[in-house]
Design a protein around this ligand. Structure first.
Ligand code: TPP
Ligand code: MG
Length: 310
């Protein structure tokens, strides 16, 4: 790696850390003396990414502004690394009209058409849209790629496996990145996940996996570079390849994957798979409710998480 690239990775990581430290100060400023999550300029939850900057910086360094990125409820470092406008993102976090979503989305629901960046508070929600965007890029014959970031907890969600399966089956130009901070709120990875490394799950879809330890930004950069090159080539060459990458901070893991098929296979099989089918039969009406139902309030279920990952 040359010094220019190394310096740029460092710049992105420092920018991300200082940005989030500033957000944290403002977030806390008017919630005292007793912490009131609903009070202040930024009411609600705040999910920060201290310690996870290498994954975002190392992967996004390979992307262009017209590549699509989907992120999680912990999105700032990825948005910064992909070049989302800081003023508009900050305005969104503070609920201002000048924000990316006119202040309606908040910090977990950033959407930026300029850089094709989006994120969601629904765990694993970003994977299917990234897969869909990759499908569109493939159909358009462009060399754009999509990258989906997700947490290691999200790798147990159905959408994760459905997306990997379809991406591998159709050889889509999409890269999946798992940021493994070893916890999903209060659940350690070992209590939720049957295998030690999510990178090994790539094999279930016929795609190689690679795990990066020690939060090594240069190792993430190298692994992601291979995957993005494969993904980009999949849209332009006759040798179609899908890539799946899984970095893991603080002891990072990365998985890279590729499958090959001919262009004609994609051209003939992909449309068949999405051809509209006959409408399913209507679902029968449920039986009338005879007992009183408990009312449930619709509070956001995630925890406030402002600390550095363990
Ligand atoms: C579909 C869904 N289920 C549950 C939640 C509640 N929830 C919010 S964050 C979180 C844990 C996510 O863990 P991980 O994917 O490891 O991401 P991390 O917070 O560690 O970055 C959960 C279960 C949610 N937001 N969406
Ligand atoms: Mg996690």
């Amino acid at each position: 790696m040359d010094d220019k690239t190394r310096l740029e990775l460092y710049r992105v990581m420092v920018l991300s850390r200082t940005y989030e430290e500033a957000i944290l100060r403002e977030y806390h400023a008017d919630k005292k003396p007793a912490f009131d999550i609903g009070a202040g300029l930024v009411p609600g939850e705040m999910h920060l990414s201290a310690g996870q900057e290498p994954a975002a910086a190392g992967v996004c360094a390979h992307l262009r502004r017209d590549d699509a990125v989907t992120a999680t409820h912990r999105p700032h470092h990825i948005a910064i690394a992909h070049g989302v406008d800081l003023d508009k993102m900050t305005a969104e976090i503070f609920g201002r009209e000048t924000g990316l979503g006119r202040g309606r989305g908040g910090h977990m629901h950033l959407f930026d058409p300029q850089t094709h960046f989006s994120c969601s508070g629904i765990v694993a929600e970003g994977l299917p849209p990234a897969t869909g965007q990759a499908f569109a890029f493939q159909r358009q014959g462009s060399d754009r790629v999509a990258v989906a970031f997700t947490g290691e907890g999200a790798a147990n969600q159905g959408a994760f496996h459905e997306s990997l399966n379809l991406a591998a089956l159709w050889n889509l130009p999409v890269v999946f990145v798992i940021e493994d901070n070893e916890w999903a709120i209060s659940v350690p990875r070992g209590a939720s996940t049957a295998i030690g490394s999510n990178a090994d799950r790539a094999a279930a879809y016929g795609i190689p996996g690679h795990r990066i330890e020690d939060n090594d930004v240069e190792a993430v950069y190298t692994a992601a570079g291979d995957a993005v090159v494969r993904a980009r080539a999949s849209s332009t060459s006759a040798d179609w390849r899908t890539s799946v990458v899984m970095p893991r901070p603080p002891t990072s893991a990365a998985a890279a994957a590729h499958v090959s098929a001919s262009r004609s296979q994609i051209a003939t099989e992909a449309p068949k798979a999405v051809r509209p089918r006959a409408m399913p039969r209507p679902i029968p009406a449920p039986p009338p409710v005879t007992t009183a139902t408990r009312s449930v309030s619709s509070t956001d279920e995630g925890s406030m998480d402002m600390s550095a990952p363990a």
